[in-house]
Design a protein around this ligand. Sequence first.
Ligand SMILES: Cc1cc2nc3c(=O)[nH]c(=O)nc-3n(C[C@H](O)[C@H](O)[C@H](O)COP(=O)(O)OP(=O)(O)OC[C@H]3O[C@@H](n4cnc5c(N)ncnc54)[C@H](O)[C@@H]3O)c2cc1C
Length: 447
Amino acid sequence: MNATATEHLPVVVVGAGPVGLAAAAHLLDRGLEPLVLETGSAAGAAVREWGHVRLFSPWGEVVDPAAEKLLAPTGWVRPDAASYPTGRDWAEHYLQPLADALGEHVRYGATVTGVARAGRDRVLDAERETQPFVVHVDHADGRQERLYARAVVDASGTWRTPSPAGADGLPALGEHTAADHVTYRVPDFDDPAVRARHAGRRTAVLGSGASAFTALASLADLARTGEGTDTKTVWVLRRGISANTFGGGEADQLPARGALGLAAKAAVEAGHAEAVTGFRTTEITRTADGRPVLVGEDGRQLDPVDEVVVLTGLRPDLSFLSELRLALDERLQAPVALAPLIDPNQHSCGTVYPHGHRELSHPEQGVYLVGMKSYGRAPTFLALTGYEQVRSVAAALAGDLASADNVELTLPETGVCGGAGLPLTSVATSGNAEPVTAGQGGGCCGS
Ligand SMILES: Cc1cc2nc3c(=O)[nH]c(=O)nc-3n(C[C@H](O)[C@H](O)[C@H](O)COP(=O)(O)OP(=O)(O)OC[C@H]3O[C@@H](n4cnc5c(N)ncnc54)[C@H](O)[C@@H]3O)c2cc1C
């Protein structure tokens, strides 16, 4: 099949999350035909799974311009730009109306299980670039389908592949058998059943990002309610606690994100959470009555807990892209040109240089990983970044390189860059963590 023959084919977008739907709006705006394939039964299926969590970005920063243009004729009114939606608000008041406005361009219950060049595995060169892509789809009704596409925009996120409790990056021994007491999501305390699992009981929280802060703050709130007299949290950290650990606080240009770190710090200072530092989980054993016990690489065993909340990060599912020639960074599994800009070993300021189709390109022309997935295992992705990515990618696919290259992006800084981070007053810790110097991983991006 020659190149011109593929031009009538759709651009397949994997995932009807915020960035996938924005991609579809930009593609339509460019006169291209998007086909969004979503494994879930509704728009924002992943976002709905953390629907109880309030975003730290206001509405004004989580609505895509092309999406808003598409929604305008439907009478959609953007909520107050300065107010903060929950994940559920985002899904119900923006993502679903957007998907509805995209109409037959969105298919639900459609799980992408493979993407390749038609008739060619990743080895074969012959006429590769002129072949369309094929996308293998499992439908919720059991049907399987093989679709042709002129290009593929993978916006399938990282929500469905959380990192494990094991400090090696592998599941800890016994982690799977303890699954009845292990969750990889911020607990939803609006749900009485979830509340009962934590109220008056002992919970271990693993991780040190925004989600872990949210869990620590919510558990402290639960403890303050006095529901179940002795709600206790043990906060398990691989490293020590430094000025950067709790984020930028008031220096964070996203106040709600800064407030998360402050709330977590207050939870530790108030004794609602005991921080255990330098603890690298290698095993989860069980007591005779089934309570999980975390075992560290140094042989330490923590006191038994009732629940383990693992919020150690998310990672991309690359399994269905195995037949494509991708250039991904060995650390982050993000596109090689983007990775150095977002590497948490180097950067914690949250800003990232404007980037678009070029940084997101691969040896396999015509395939782009965008949105949360483009950041691989890096933790600082913001929707604003994804919206600019897909604006640039859609322009490139429409052949408008001038616009595609004209990338603009200004992101709110975390305040952990130039700022000294948060002064450590009386953060109680136990453990033998190696000291962490302020600013470790705090390289300045801006300057
Ligand atoms: C708790 C939490 C709070 C956050 N708060 C903010 C915030 O305040 N501000 C901000 O800017 N960002 C925030 N983010 C980061 C980010 O903006 C969101 O994760 C956003 O949802 C990412 O959008 P996405 O479209 O890239 O991925 P997702 O929202 O994860 O969407 C991917 C979609 O792809 C679907 N999918 C996955 N695999 C397949 C497959 N094989 N086939 C078909 N469909 C598939 C999923 O069901 C999902 O609907 C937050 C993230 C989390 C987890």
